[in-house]
Design a binder for this molecule. Structure first.
Ligand SMILES: [Zn+2]
Length: 208
């Protein structure tokens, strides 16, 4: 096969061209969805030199995929939009710990409970928007933000209720009595730490 391909190649330049053309392509690196853990017990340390907030965990959580032991593996930055007062949106950069599981070798990043995975706004902001029945919630948010978060919540809510039922059956822990919109931080922690948090909107729209 290779001989036939080289048969009509005369110059060195063409040979190189031909070799490049038939060189098997390397398999593309497949990026797996990021897995996370959520912690309730932590300290926030502000580093004045770099202007970042460092999250220091005070609790130990096992791997959400296999219950293996997690070992620290580097740190990552995460920007969160917070609302210190009614009129101000503040972007803060947090430095989060990454872990690797000693059993399944998956990496997990550790989020404090005021961060919802894959969302830019903090848990309080999201909860205020999804629980408000007003067209515009009490505090000032951009209309586009309110619309986007409410659409996300409409999509994610049925999945969350199903996932809470699955936790109840699998682990015999009952969160189904909680209203997800009123207890967002608790629900997010339960689902993330059970590896049940949906990673993309397309997952929610796909039939199980
Ligand atoms: Zn694991």
């Amino acid at each position: 096969m290779l001989y036939n391909q080289y048969k009509y190649v005369n110059t060195i330049k063409e040979k190189i061209k031909c070799r490049t053309a038939i060189k098997p392509t390397k398999a593309k690196h497949v990026r797996h969805p990021k897995t996370m853990i959520i912690i309730n017990d932590f300290i926030v340390e502000y580093n004045t030199k770099i202007g970042f907030y460092l999250i220091v965990s005070c609790e130990t959580i096992s791997c959400p995929c296999c219950s293996g032991i997690l070992k620290p593996r580097g740190k990552v930055k995460r920007i969160v939009i917070e609302k210190p007062n009614e009129k101000l949106d503040e972007k803060r950069t947090y430095v989060l710990q990454r872990y690797i599981c000693n059993k399944c070798k998956k990496c997990h990043r550790e989020l404090p409970n005021f961060i919802v995975p894959y969302k830019r706004h903090c848990t309080d902001t999201i909860q205020t928007i999804i629980t408000s029945t007003e067209k515009h919630p009490d505090v000032n948010y951009e209309e586009e933000t309110v619309k986007r978060i409410r659409t996300w919540w409409t999509d994610v809510r049925p999945y969350i209720i199903g996932a809470l039922l699955s936790i109840k059956e699998k682990y015999d822990i009952d969160f189904t009595y909680l209203d997800p919109s009123q207890n967002l931080a608790k629900i997010v922690r339960a689902l993330v730490n059970a590896n049940l948090w949906p990673c993309t909107r397309s997952v929610l729209l796909t039939d199980p």
